[in-house]
Design a protein around this ligand. Structure first.
Ligand SMILES: Nc1ncnc2c1ncn2[C@@H]1O[C@H](COP(=O)(O)OP(=O)(O)OP(=O)(O)O)[C@@H](O)[C@H]1O
Length: 691
C-alpha cells in the first residue's frame, strides 16, 4: 500500500491512553462500578478515568460554576459526549428534579451515546439515562436525570416550555455541524440565558471555531440589569482538552482518483489483504453508492477462496431499519472483518468498537436549496476539513487506527474548506420560520443569528407559509391553523394536509400517509431483483399514485394480522411497517389533542388526493412530454422535473401531478407522486393560482 499512499504530515497527538498505566490510581468520586461488559469488573470505570477529558473534570465543573457558557474543544474520542454529562450529574447538576440535557445533530448518535452512558452508569436505558428523538421517547420524567436528544427535539420542547425550565445544563454537542436546528438553538439559548441566568450552556466539538462562537455569546443586543452582574460571568470560557484516545495514522493518496467509489472498494480489498485484522468504516455519500459498493465487495468476497474471504459487508444509512442498523453495532464474528459502508450519519459521536481503519471518500451528500427555483436538491459535494477530521476520528477509539483519505494531501491542505456552509444558508427555511414564529419571535430577520440566512430564502419561506394559510398578512401565525401546524413535528405541508383531511373527512388516511412519508422507503431494497420489486409494488399500485398505494399496503398489512411473513413475501420492510404503526399512533394522539376531527373517508380516493393537494399545491406539475417516464414542468417556476422510477406513476404519466419531494441526480426526480385534477388548484388555493 505504500506505493499508492503517502503518510500525512499531520503529527498524531500524544496518546493519553498509552501514557497511563493500567492500575494507575484514580480519583473515584462515585461508587457505581460496571460489571456488565467486556471491560470486566470495574473495567468501564478504569476506562472512563483514562480518557483525556477526565483530567479536566475539575476544570470543567469549575468553569460551569463560574461561567454561563463554556465552549469545550477536544479531540474526537477524548470523552466529551459520554463523560461530561456524567460529571455534571455526579457534581449535583441533576439534583432536585433537574435534568442535564445533551443534544446531537443525528438520531443514531443520540441512541448510541445514550445507551453507552447508561451502560457506563450501570442503569437501564430509559430510566436515569434516556433519550428522545422524533416519534420515540425513551425517558421517564420523574426518573431521567441525563437526557440525550436531537437538537430538533429540544427546539420542539421549547414550544411547551420556552425557558427550558427543567434543564440545569444544556450541552450542545457537535456544534461544528451547524445544522439548521443547532443554529436556531444557539440563538434561542442565548435569549433564554438572559431570562434564566442559572442555566448553564456547554458547546462542544472536536472541530469547532471556538473564538467565533465565544464572540457570538459575548455580544449582547440588550444591556443586562445590574442585579444580574453578581451571577456567573457572561463572558464564555473556552477549554481545550488536550490528548486523544489512540493514535490514528493518516494516509493520503499520491495522485487524485476520478472514481471514488471504485477507489474505496480497492482500498478496502487492499486493507483486507495487507493489514492486520480490524474492522473498516468507509464513508461514501448515499444509499445508491453504498448499495453499489456493498454489491461490489460482496461479489469480490465470493470470488475469493472461501477460507480467505472473511469479509462481512454492511451498509449504514438513515433509511435502514433499526434491526439492520443494529447489525453494524453487534460484535464482529471471530475470524471475520466487518466492513461498514456509511453515509455521514456515522461521522460524529459514534463509536463502533472493532473499527481500526477508516476510508474517507472526501464527499458527502449535502442539501442545497435554491430559493429562486424553490428546489431543494441533495448534491454530492466535497466535505470540509472539519468533517475529514471527524471521519478520521471514528478510528482510534478503542485501539490505534489508520485513516485512508481518497484525496491528496495538497488538496486537503490548500483546497478543502475549513468548515462546511451552515445549513441555515443552504436550506429551505419554512420549518425554521414557523418554529420561531411559534416561539413568539416575530422579527425573524432581526433574530440573533450565528450566520444570517439569505433574505431570498426567508422571503420564499414567508410566501409559502402565507399561501398555506399558516401566516396571516401581518406575518403572524393564524389561529387555529398556524398554531396547529406549529405543534406538529412534521414538514408544514404535511401538517397542512392533515388539517385539511380533518376538514374533508379523511384525517385517518392523511395520518397514515404522513407516517409513510416520514420514512425513506418501506420497500426491501437489495433482496430481490428490481423486476421482483416492481412486481411486488404492482400488487398494491393504483393509477391515482403512490400515496393511495401506501394506503393499500397499510390495509393489506392490517388484514394479514400485521404479519412479518406477509411483509417478507411482498418485499416490504417489516420494521418500517412497525414504524408506520408507531408514527400513526403518535400522530393520532396529537391530532386528538389539537381538537381536530378524526374521520375516515373509506374508499373515496378523490377526497384523499384533494386533501393532499391542499398541502402540496406548490408542488403542482404539468406533463410536457410522455417520453422517458414523462417530462413535467413545475407550475410555479417552470422547472423541468421527471417522475422517479420508484414511483408507481413512472409509466402512467398523468397530465397533472403533485409531488412530495424532489431528488436530484442527473436531473430532478419527483418522489411520491399523485395524479390530480387541475381544477382543484384554483378550488383549493385560489390565492396561489391565477386562472
Ligand atoms: N459504544 C461504545 N463502545 C465502546 N467504547 C465506547 C463507546 N462509546 C464511547 N466509547 C469509548 O469512549 C471514548 C469517548 O467517547 P465519546 O463519544 O465520549 O468521545 P467524544 O470526545 O465525544 O468524541 P467525538 O467528538 O468523536 O464525539 C471513545 O473513544 C471510546 O473509547
Amino acid at each position: 500500500m505504500s506505493r499508492f499512499w503517502r503518510p500525512g504530515s499531520e503529527r498524531p497527538q500524544p496518546s493519553s491512553l498509552s501514557v497511563l498505566e493500567d492500575d494507575e490510581p484514580g480519583f473515584l468520586p462515585f461508587s457505581t462500578l460496571a460489571s456488565n461488559s467486556s471491560y470486566g469488573y470495574g473495567g468501564l470505570e478504569r476506562h472512563r478515568q483514562r480518557l483525556p477529558v477526565f483530567k479536566y473534570r475539575t476544570a470543567i465543573l469549575y468553569l460551569l460554576e463560574t461561567h454561563a457558557t463554556t465552549i469545550i474543544v477536544g479531540e474526537t474520542g477524548s470523552g466529551k459526549t459520554t463523560q461530561i454529562p456524567q460529571y455534571l450529574k455526579e457534581a449535583g447538576w441533576a439534583d432536585g428534579g433537574r435534568v442535564v440535557v445533551c443534544t446531537q445533530p443525528r438520531r443514531l448518535a443520540v441512541q448510541t451515546v445514550a445507551s453507552r452512558v447508561a451502560e457506563e452508569m450501570d442503569v437501564k436505558l430509559g430510566e436515569e439515562v434516556g433519550y428522545t428523538i422524533r416519534f420515540e421517547d425513551l425517558t421517564k420524567s420523574a426518573v431521567t436525570r441525563i437526557k440525550f436528544l436531537t437538537d430538533g427535539v429540544l427546539l420542539r420542547e421549547m414550544m411547551d416550555d420556552p425557558l427550558l425550565s427543567k434543564y440545569s445544563v444544556v450541552m450542545v454537542d457537535e456544534a461544528h455541524e451547524r445544522s439548521l436546528s443547532t443554529d436556531m438553538l444557539l440563538g434561542l439559548l442565548k435569549k433564554i440565558q438572559r431570562r434564566r441566568p442559572e442555566l448553564r450552556l456547554i458547546i462542544s466539538s472536536a472541530t469547532i471555531e471556538a473564538k467565533s462562537i465565544a464572540a457570538f455569546f459575548n455580544q449582547s443586543k440588550k444591556k443586562l440589569p445590574a442585579s444580574r452582574d453578581f451571577g456567573p460571568s457572561r463572558e464564555p470560557a473556552i477549554l481545550s482538552v488536550e490528548g486523544r484516545g489512540y493514535d490514528v495514522q493518516i494516509h493520503f493518496l499520491e495522485e487524485p482518483v476520478s472514481n471514488y467509489l471504485q477507489a474505496a472498494v480497492s482500498t478496502v480489498l487492499d486493507i483486507h489483504n495487507q493489514e492486520p485484522m480490524g474492522d473498516v468504516l468507509v464513508f461514501l455519500t448515499g444509499q445508491d453508492d453504498i448499495d453499489a459498493a456493498v454489491q461490489m465487495l460482496t461479489d469480490e468476497a465470493q470470488n475469493l477462496a472461501a477460507h480467505r474471504s472473511g469479509l462481512l459487508v454492511l451498509p449504514l444509512y438513515a433509511g435502514l431499519s433499526r434491526a439492520e442498523q443494529e447489525l453494524v453495532f453487534s460484535p464482529t464474528p471471530r475470524g471475520k472483518r466487518k466492513v461498514v459502508i456509511a453515509t455521514n450519519i456515522a461521522e460524529t459521536s459514534l463509536t463502533l468498537e472493532g473499527m481500526v481503519y477508516v476510508v474517507d471518500s472526501g464527499f458527502s451528500k449535502q442539501r442545497f436549496y435554491n430559493p429562486i427555483t424553490d428546489i431543494e436538491s441533495l448534491v454530492v459535494a466535497p466535505i470540509s476539513k472539519a468533517s475529514a477530521r471527524q471521519r478520521a476520528g471514528r478510528a482510534g477509539r478503542v485501539r490505534p487506527g489508520k485513516c485512508f483519505r481518497l484525496y491528496t494531501e495538497e488538496y486537503f491542505e490548500s483546497e478543502m474548506p475549513l468548515e462546511g456552509i451552515p445549513e441555515m444558508q443552504r436550506s429551505n427555511l419554512v420549518s425554521c420560520v414557523i418554529q420561531l414564529k411559534a416561539l413568539g419571535i416575530d422579527n425573524i430577520l432581526g433574530f440573533d443569528w450565528l450566520a444570517s440566512p439569505s433574505p431570498e430564502g426567508m422571503i420564499r419561506a414567508l410566501e409559502v407559509l402565507y399561501s398555506l394559510g399558516i401566516l396571516d398578512e401581518d406575518s403572524k401565525l393564524t389561529s387555529p391553523t398556524g398554531f396547529q401546524v406549529a405543534e406538529m413535528p412534521l414538514d408544514p405541508m404535511l401538517s397542512r394536509m392533515i388539517i385539511s383531511g380533518s376538514q374533508f373527512g379523511c384525517s385517518e388516511e392523511m395520518i397514515i400517509i404522513a407516517a409513510f412519508l416520514s420514512l425513506q422507503s418501506i420497500w426491501v431494497i437489495g433482496r430481490g431483483t428490481q423486476k421482483e420489486l416492481d412486481e411486488a409494488k404492482q400488487g398494491f399500485a393504483v393509477a391515482e399514485g403512490d400515496h393511495i398505494t401506501y394506503l393499500n399496503v397499510y390495509k393489506g398489512f392490517l388484514l394479514s394480522g400485521k404479519s412479518s411473513q406477509w411483509c417478507h413475501k411482498n418485499l416490504i420492510n417489516y420494521q418500517a411497517m412497525k414504524k408506520v404503526l408507531e408514527i400513526r399512533e403518535q400522530l393520532h394522539k396529537l391530532v386528538q389533542r389539537l381538537g381536530l376531527v378524526l374521520k375516515s373517508c373509506g374508499q373515496d380516493t378523490q377526497v384523499v388526493r384533494k386533501a393532499i393537494t391542499s398541502g402540496f399545491f406548490a408542488h403542482a406539475c404539468r406533463l410536457e412530454s410522455s417520453s422517458h417516464g414523462g417530462m413535467y414542468k413545475t407550475i410555479r417556476t417552470s422547472q423541468e422535473v421527471y417522475i422517479h422510477p420508484s414511483s408507481v406513476l413512472f409509466r402512467v404519466t398523468p397530465k397533472w401531478v403533485v409531488y412530495h419531494s424532489l431528488v436530484s441526480t442527473d436531473c430532478q426526480y419527483m418522489r411520491n407522486v399523485i395524479a390530480v385534477d387541475s381544477s382543484w388548484f384554483t378550488e383549493l388555493a385560489p390565492h396561489f393560482f391565477q386562472i
